[in-house]
Ligand binder design. Sequence first.
Ligand code: NAD
Length: 500
Amino acid sequence: MERDLDMNTIGRPEQLRQHLSQTLLPTLDLRPFIDGEFCDPLAREFVTIRDPYLMAPLVEMPMPSVDDADAAVIAAHRAHTKGHWRLSRPRERADCLYKLATLIEANLEELSVLETSDTGRLIAGVRGWEVPHAAEVYRYYAGYADRVMRQTVPSTSGTRIEVMREPVGVCVLLIPWNFPFACMAWKMAPALAAGCTVVVKSPERAPLSAQYLARLARESGFPAGVVNIIAGTGPEVGGRLVRHPLVNKISFTGSPATAQEIVRASASHFPQLTLELGGKSPNLIFPDANIEKAAESAVDAIFGVAGQNCCAGSRTFVHASIVDEFLQILIERTHARKLGDPMDEATDQGPQIDQNHVDRIDSYVTDALGKGAECHVGGKSRSGTLFYEPTILGKVTDTMRLAREEVFGPVGAVYTFESEEEAFCRACDTEYGLAAGIWTADRDRVERFLAFSHVGTCWVNAYNQVDVNAPWGGTGLSGYGRELGERGFEECLQTRSIFW
Ligand code: NAD
């Protein structure tokens, strides 16, 4: 279906918003997508979904209830049991995934406008990376559909032994609000390629791109019950999904606190778990690095997605000999950032997701300033809006809340170190283990850091890159399991050993 925006509207926020309000939102089906159909929710409660930049309502969304959650799981279980998807020819699964990728690309503009208005993320990033990346992920995993196979393995006794790989079953996929469209792709694509059926629970604060995806999934030809997409509140609808005894796997992206509840709640029936949680990632700058490049990259590491980024480089460790030069560039670039309409390509930073989140960010900054930190730039919200100024703090001690907990906002702390050993020890003194950056010309130093640290992703003279081939995930409070790459696919399979 070709119904995307005229490409001439690119870069014109008023026209994009006009299309959104006059065409896109009125035709977007907001009901739960269960068993191949949009259905009336079983309870008729409505929640207002807001545009964080305009602070104005976008739509009144009918909220699914726990009964809808049950219906979605039952539909997914029935589709799994029937076997028409898990036992289908790999080519059929690949065709549906390819078609979905193609439809996403054909609707790039509408998806970008929707995601930007719903999350406040910059349209430049959504259009330039998130939506095309999601299409790439569906296409990439289409190529994995024929890897669900049987292998004969050696036997010590002469018995013929086969190891069969099969889809794990019904997967509940719990999505956060900061990158909903990309997160859905990371979870859905490998599960569907493996032959699993899925129930996606979209984030209550940003559910709209999931509704659009439901329509594209229907057009892509997935059989009824294979893809189910519902919105709903976390504790109620999400809570019901993770407790459901017919669920075989839960893949969750969100905060460690919610992950702990999910682990406890799912203990009644032991589904497989993949947990992609937050971070407190360090970015280390050594004197032999390109200082200017490192400082420019640090700006994006800290402030990208208005800091609402799980791998944000929120702790920057800089060698004492270069800290003045580094800070000067960092502060200049931070001052130059343009806060404004996320629908405008020229904007560098959009709003935070909601007022609670702004208050939460501010509480970390106030706490740090009250305990002796100094503010180089920013340090406050902009009243009457959901903007938090890009903030660089100094003299943050390693024990302050701001140094230890995930702020998830545009706030970075710069620390000074004297030796490599000190830098490594302080950078890794965190319960999180999602990602780290290291800037140096010394390859041996990088190897020493890799041997010392436990993060799931390490960038060398770079920051914030992901690739569909490279597994993503963390250690410690950043969770366990991996998404993307071959490993992301393996997590949607189980094995069965057959002794003939
Ligand atoms: P969250 O934990 O509040 O919610 C995530 C999802 O879980 C939502 O769909 C929510 O409705 C649902 N949920 C909430 N309570 C639940 C419960 N009791 N049972 C079942 N489901 C429940 O997280 P958020 O605020 O949406 O997202 C921000 C967090 O996500 C941050 O900590 C961020 O670092 C993390 N994150 C991690 C990655 C990664 O790849 N590691 C990527 C993006 C975001």
